[in-house]
Ligand binder design. Structure first.
Ligand SMILES: [Fe+2]
Length: 254
């Protein structure tokens, strides 16, 4: 299994603090059935700045350590960039890192709202051939209140990624219910751990897959797993038009 979102790189953000923590996270990831993991440190979120070249160097270092410890987890490079006005200028400058050097880029919205310029920025990004993946929309307060905001971005080409822990109820019942509704409404394309450590914010990948299997069956589990595979190979991922009937049903709940 591939986990496309993690904070396993040590000492760069609020994830693994030292190499020892990263190694422990890697061991736990393997226990969860993860064989490849994308390291996606925070960037431009007001606290942390992790530019492309620095991440690439640190991913190499981590892979070397894991190899020397005989831990067969492959770490791929990525970045979790908070949306900001000059993101595309910095992309041109070479500070922004797509997921495993593909044309897919993680975009994090602020937790409380969806900035007005989001739609325009994601549109311009796609004109450059880059597909935005909005990370954990289910934990955004404005999206929870008004899911249409998200659906409109998805209809205009954005992809979305749910957090495994949201599906398992680790972020509360409301977030869990909304996550399931996003799947039902064909409005999400990936499930990933967003793991920060081995305790309070760990992987929950296996548990989330069981939940998806129970609620939607094996085909939907396969869809999410296949999409992660396609992503790291820079191929087109599966997506369906959000269903109007399902959307109405799911919008009606809020
Ligand atoms: Fe994250």
């Amino acid at each position: 299994m591939i986990d496309i979102h993690s904070h396993i790189l040590p000492g760069v953000d609020d994830g693994a603090s030292a190499m020892e923590d990263a190694v422990n996270m890697a061991r736990l990831a393997l226990d969860e059935g993860i064989t490849k993991i994308i390291a996606t440190p925070h960037h431009q979120n007001g606290m942390y700045f992790n530019k492309k070249q620095d991440i690439l160097k640190r991913v190499k270092e981590l892979n070397n350590v894991l190899q020397s410890e005989n831990i067969s987890l492959e770490v791929l490079p990525g970045q979790e960039t908070r949306i900001y006005g000059s993101l595309l200028d910095d992309f041109e400058k070479g500070d922004i890192l797509t997921l495993n050097h593909t044309n897919y880029l993680f975009v994090e919205l602020p937790s409380g709202h969806v900035p007005r310029y989001t739609e325009q920025l994601l549109f311009e990004m796609q004109l450059k051939g880059v597909t935005p993946i909005i990370v954990h929309p289910e934990r955004n307060a404005e999206v929870l209140k008004n899911p249409e905001k998200l659906l409109s971005l998805v209809k205009k080409g954005a992809l979305t990624q749910l957090t495994a822990g949201s599906l398992t109820g680790h972020f509360g019942k409301k977030v869990q219910k909304f996550s399931l509704q996003l799947i039902e409404a064909n409005s999400t394309h990936f499930i990933a751990s967003d793991a920060h450590n081995t305790s309070t914010r760990n992987f929950h990948m296996r548990e989330s897959i069981s939940k998806v299997h129970k609620e939607f069956g094996s085909q939907v589990v396969y869809y999410f797993q296949e999409n992660a595979e396609l992503l790291v190979q820079d191929q087109s991922v599966y997506r369906q038009e959000p269903s109007k009937i399902k959307c109405k049903k799911f919008l009606g709940i809020f």
